[in-house]
Write a protein that binds this ligand. Structure first.
Ligand code: BGC
Length: 329
């Protein structure tokens, strides 16, 4: 089955329905599953075996981000490691910021031997997609070839774990009435979004899970760091309390797994856990005075709408939130 990863939003439903897998069972509500690692309710995610039938696209974009390095072109038919391609000779690239050996990055593979597919000290080298293979002591991207070997901009060999907090509210007019989309007639959701400084794209204010950190903590920490510089302001204590309350409420895990991220390489890739925290009544965080912080250029409530282009696989996560909350998409 040929599939373009960038459009697997709808394809997940279709593919899983075709395969007779339980996604459709969950589409009307959340699965009664409590995730052990995050402690939040979760929707059924695509299983690893199904994920491997999707083709990553952003991870094969011609020019590697932040560099002049051009990826060796990988046609759709050659993405899978299972397809024999003896001539495959990807360009090697490790960004100067990673090669400079910062604390958040692994050393070069020749000088250390990480324990792949395991919790390696406090660094989690397990993939949400199941066990990955290695070749010449290097982990192999579970979604296949990318046209670049080495780590690029990513610090870890293998999976680099992130967490994405999706903070949402219903869109209202001046009178406080819910606003519906003119075409779909469904109510509009809004979510807290940041404009990333590195690429200028709108994104969920997520970030990397620190070694040994619980995902639930990363979600709140990143949200506060990326979106709420205003926590430094006068009403800091009250804002902090409201945010803590929201993040302590049962979040809805909408995704856990590989991300089609432009920074991915053959040996290093992004994975994330995306969790929705929703202010249903509008009296919790909906009135937050948003201010950009950390590596965010701008921060704003933006409409949840399929027409809005978003970073990496973030549209896919928002679509799940919209469908789950019976909102416009
Ligand atoms: C971002 C997350 C994103 C992940 C994968 C992280 O750097 O902060 O928002 O989901 O990369 O693309």
């Amino acid at each position: 089955m040929k599939r373009v990863f960038g459009s697997w939003v709808g394809s997940v439903h279709v593919a899983l329905t075709l395969f007779g897998l339980p996604y459709s069972v969950c589409s009307g509500g959340t699965c009664p599953v409590k995730s052990i690692s995050t402690g939040v309710s979760s929707l059924c995610a695509a299983s690893p075996s199904i994920m491997s039938t999707f083709l990553h696209v952003k991870a094969r974009s011609p020019v590697y981000p932040g560099s002049d390095t051009r990826r060796s072109p990988v046609p759709d038919a050659k993405v899978s490691w299972e397809t024999d391609w003896p001539e495959y000779s990807p360009v090697t690239y490790t960004a100067p910021s990673v090669a400079a050996k910062p604390v958040w990055a692994d050393p070069d593979i020749d000088s250390f031997s990480p324990r792949f597919n395991a919790l390696d000290g406090s660094v989690d080298r397990r993939s949400h997609e199941g066990d990955y293979s290695t070749q010449d002591q290097r982990p192999l991207n579970p979604l296949g070839r990318t046209g670049v070997s080495g780590r690029g901009l990513l610090g870890r060999w293998g999976p680099n774990h992130a967490a994405d907090p999706i903070v949402s509210r219903w869109k209202t007019d001046e009178a406080g009435q819910r606003v519906s989309h003119t075409a779909s007639k469904l109510p509009l959701l809004q979510f807290v979004s940041i404009k990333r400084k590195d690429c200028g794209e709108w994104a969920i204010p997520g970030g990397m899970v620190d070694p040994g950190e619980r995902v639930s903590l990363t979600l709140q920490r990143e949200f506060s760091e990326e979106a709420l510089n205003s926590l430094e302001s006068a009403n800091r204590a009250e804002l902090h309390q409201r945010i803590t309350q929201l993040f302590n409420s049962p979040g809805l895990q909408v995704y856990k797994g590989y991300v089609d991220d432009p920074r991915n390489t053959d040996n290093a890739w992004m994975e994330t856990v995306a969790v929705n925290f929703h202010d249903e009544s509008g009296d919790s965080v909906s009135s937050l005075p948003l201010e950009a912080g950390d590596d965010a250029g701008q921060v704003s409530w933006i409409d949840v709408d399929s027409a809005q282009p978003l970073y990496a696989s973030h549209s896919h996560f928002l679509e799940k939130v919209a469908k789950e909350r019976h909102a416009h998409w």
